[in-house]
Design a protein around this ligand. Sequence first.
Ligand SMILES: [Mg+2]
Length: 220
Amino acid sequence: MAALLLDFDGVLAPLAADPAAAVLDPACASALRTRPVAWRLAVISGRSCDDLLPRIAAARPDAIAGDHGVEIRLLREGRTWVHPDAVRLRPAVLAAARALGGRVEEKRWSAKAYGAEMSAPPPGVRFLAGRGGVDVLADVDWDKGHAGAWILDTWGAASAPAAYVGDEATDELAFTALGPRGVRTVRVAPGETTAAAETLPDQAAVAGWLRAVLSGVAQM
Ligand SMILES: [Mg+2]
């Protein structure tokens, strides 16, 4: 077995001015849909699972993780897991997002305040500077990296070849967590320092990278 752990926006979908308009890159969809059977695909996003799943369905993922990893759906196994603290802290997360101001998008277990400025979060809440605003999450020791590790472990793929591809601050947490586990880390459009071992110049380069890896041309 080998595993691809991929972010959605900015990696599998070109960034859209309106996040609601983001669609799966057809070239990425094609590369992933025809992947060899040994390859499993997990898509890990800040979007909720309900938002993410229809956008990514054409790539035939084996698992998805939403709200920055606190909800995980193992689609093959028909199993859903949610971090219990994300459930408990959801009211505090939504209240903190509204207090930040800007346009607030409520997700399932997290929120985003578009146009808001970073400030000190209240207890139980974590703020991350994200694209166009502030990501508001439950302050739990769990991020996209933990979700990726959980998925690999649950698949029995802890020592299998794996790669994580992401493009923003929340993905840096995953690079830091998964790199030492031997996961190949790839940052798309690095506009800043990155913890990833490799970089791709832009989203348009992702499909070619996927094809090369899935065909075995690029060693994992
Ligand atoms: Mg992204």
